[in-house]
Design a protein around this ligand. Structure first.
Ligand code: AHG
Ligand code: MN
Ligand code: MN
Length: 335
């Protein structure tokens, strides 16, 4: 009897999309194309040391950050895989200042937008630390065939789909279309993502807090109070929590999603609005976290309620187990 392959992500998307109102058949094709791009990036990341994709390009991106060769490779791979599908009206990338229009030579009039962080955590790639791709899909809301900035400046709660691919000890795809969070592990022997974590639920309270305490002296008082809470000794609430910080958002988020806990990247003297970007880091992860039973706030509001005003807008981020984020909210909003 041949070994059962298990449910591939393509089959899962087809079955899932039937349950989502207002999502056309194109949606599963869109996601399938994006997954092919993920497989290409997986291949480059898995042998980064052997091909000339390590190190820096010597360029800086719109964020003023050094562009790693793999950032560039991942960015180009996604754009080239997605721009001719006819499903997108435009794209937005961490690595590109303005929205990426669909060239006139490709089919126009796509019904969706795609915003993405092509490679998150890339400053760690030369040290073989897990990195990831984060993506967010919205419906087009403006008239006409071409996408515009306003198609991207939508609240996170209106996302059609949010997901990430983590290139780690194994490569996993985690995504939601609003009916639960599902994880797929890449099986290189068949080149398919296979359902391995159906309906992921994050523990209501964790034992891990994750933040860069090297920035503690640049934080405001409330943030320090939040982190001191998780470090305090209190047996009834299982404190102190363990400190875990990889410095790659997708890796820190993925660990906390499965084990429970809270990830914190607050605003500080260097980043008055926080470091992480709303459209392609905080909002997609917030949708995933909420769907898994967790929560995600900035320093004052629900991430998914924030109406973006800029493409690369930064936000403070407190995300993870519901009860742990509730503590953050209580302290951050106390008088
Ligand atoms: P990116 O590699 O896409 O620029 O993202 C890096 C982010 C995120 O992955 C991580 O949580 C954070 O930067 C780490 O920042 P610090 O090094 O300041 O802690
Ligand atoms: Mn990132
Ligand atoms: Mn990035």
């Amino acid at each position: 009897m041949p070994e059962r392959l298990g449910i591939t992500v393509t089959k899962h998307i087809m079955e899932t999309q039937r349950k989502i109102k207002g999502v056309s058949g194109n949606f599963s094709s869109l996601l399938s194309e994006l997954i092919v791009a993920g497989k290409v990036i997986h291949r480059a990341v898995s042998k980064a040391g052997l091909i000339d994709v390590l190190g820096k390009t010597g360029l800086t991106n719109t964020q003023g950050e050094e562009v790693q060769k793999l950032d560039d490779f991942a960015n180009t791979t996604i754009i080239q895989k997605m721009d001719h599908t006819g499903f997108l009206c435009a794209m937005a990338s961490e690595e590109v200042e303005d929205i990426i229009e669909i060239d006139a030579k490709h089919p126009q009039g796509g019904k969706y937008t795609l915003a993405f962080d092509p490679l998150d955590g890339s400053s760690n790639i030369d040290a073989n630390v897990s990195v990831g791709t984060i993506f967010s899909i919205h419906r087009k809301i403006t008239d006409g065939k071409k996408g515009s900035l306003n198609d991207f400046l939508q609240q996170g709660k209106r996302q059609v789909c949010a997901g990430y691919i983590i290139y780690g000890s194994s490569t996993m795809l985690v995504y939601t279309v609003g009916n639960g969070v599902h994880g797929f592990t890449f099986d290189p022997s068949v080149g398919e993502f296979i359902l391995s974590h159906p309906f992921i639920k994050t523990p209501s309270r964790g034992k891990i807090f994750s933040c860069n305490e090297g920035n503690a002296n640049k934080w405001n008082e409330k943030t320090r109070e939040v982190v001191d809470y998780f470090k305090a000794i209190d047996e009834d609430t299982g404190r102190p929590y363990s400190a875990r910080y990889i410095g790659s958002l997708v890796s820190d988020f993925h660990r906390n999603l499965l084990y429970g806990g809270v990830f914190i990247y607050p605003n500080d003297q260097n980043y008055p609005n926080g470091k992480l970007r709303l459209l392609y880091e905080a909002a997609p992860l917030a949708m995933i976290c909420k769907q898994a039973g967790g929560d995600a706030i900035s320093d004052s509001e629900e991430i998914l309620e924030i109406k973006p005003t800029e493409l690369h807008q930064r936000v403070p981020l407190f995300i993870g187990s519901k009860e742990d984020v509730k503590v953050c909210r209580r302290i951050l909003t106390s008088g």
